[in-house]
Design a binder for this molecule. Structure first.
Ligand SMILES: [Mn+2]
Length: 346
């Protein structure tokens, strides 16, 4: 049996024990949650509740309007810093495995009887017994699917439902870029096929909500960002930046500008794209990195306290201006590119 299966089994054992006593499990998706983090959190919460646990999905902020099409968002709870955390029986970080990705809610993780995570990011810290981190999975929803699948078979009762199917697909579709990124696994396709066979899902509508629906302001800021891109290192690095004034001018939130870093990656000859966004909370600069060829985005982000995947990573540099951030990050990126060779594969 693989190590991952062992870990999944151990986590399930703990959950089944908690369910038997009607214990309480809290899910903590990473800050600035995305459809993968929230989809996996709500799906697992629904299923754990169906088998006898009390469950809470505790988020750092209200869901952005762009995600309002997802089901069951009314079941999540927004954490208010300073409020007392219940002493949960199990706290699970979702789509992350490090306490610093869940901000102030880390207190709730620390005070729980058991703590762990369900995640698919590259591991850079030591993992605990209940950290189920599967970097080969294309999304955390893919890992959540396996957990729910195991529980269905173990308990011989149906646990997937229409809402869960939509949530899991939303996470998988987002994190695989509609099943197109290099992280897309055969398992992701098999899971999608299973969900589409078993439930009546409007896939076109879901894709439209996740990828196509936009606003005039967002179209305008896309033009602003892309028309101000800077080409450096003979076209191997493509850089764009977003100031607070640019966001204000177009009346746009900075929730999902990261997509532009992915779009820029399509340019001929480009190996790394970086999008620098001025951020207020925390005050500093957020950097989204996308890569091709030999550049390991996760490894690069790690040295700045960030993380992610081989082809998509990010970090936030606190207490620094846009120009300072670009100076030091780009110097390091040029250096990394000057020594890297060949084609990395995830
Ligand atoms: Mn994810």
């Amino acid at each position: 049996m693989s190590k991952q299966q062992d870990k999944r089994r151990l986590l399930l054992e703990v959950v089944l024990n908690i369910a038997a006593d009607g214990g309480h499990v809290v899910f903590l998706p990473h800050e600035r949650f995305d459809p993968d983090a929230i989809g996996a959190s709500i799906s697992l919460a629904e299923v754990f509740r169906a088998i006898g646990c009390e469950t809470t999905v505790l988020v750092d902020a209200k869901p952005p309007a762009a995600m309002s099409h997802l089901p069951l968002l009314n079941t999540i709870q927004v954490y208010e810093p300073g409020l007392f955390c219940l002493s949960y029986d199990l706290a699970l970080a979702i789509d992350c495995h490090e306490a610093d990705r869940i901000g102030a809610r880390a207190d709730c993780l620390a005070q729980s009887r058991f703590r762990g995570s369900v995640d698919h990011h590259i591991v850079s810290t030591e993992l605990g017994r209940l950290d189920l981190v599967v970097p080969s999975a294309s999304s955390t929803c893919e890992v959540a699917f396996e957990i729910i699948w195991d529980l269905e078979h173990h308990l011989a009762k149906p646990l997937f439902n229409d809402d869960i199917a939509i949530l899991l697909l939303a996470g998988a579709i987002t994190d695989t870029g509609r099943y197109s990124y290099s992280n897309t696994t055969p398992t992701a396709f098999r899971q999608a096929a299973f969900l589409l066979e078993r439930f009546d899902i409007d896939l076109a509508a879901l894709n439209h909500e996740l990828f196509e629906r936009t606003t005039i302001g967002r179209l305008q800021i896309k033009g602003d960002i892309l028309s101000n891109m800077v080409v450096i290192d003979d076209g191997r690095i493509l850089v764009a930046s977003v100031t607070r004034d640019m966001l204000k001018l177009r009346d746009v939130e900075d929730d999902d500008l990261a997509n532009f870093a992915s779009e820029m990656r399509g340019a001929n000859g480009v190996e790394v794209t970086m999008l620098f966004t001025e951020s207020i909370n925390p005050s500093g600069v957020r950097v989204n990195i996308r890569s091709n060829g030999c550049f390991d985005a996760a490894q690069f982000a790690k040295q700045f306290g960030g993380g992610g995947h081989l082809r998509a990573a990010g970090m936030t540099l606190q207490g620094i201006t846009l120009d300072e951030a670009k100076d030091c990050v780009l110097r390091e990126a040029k250096r990394a590119l000057s020594v890297c060779r060949g084609e990395l594969r995830s």
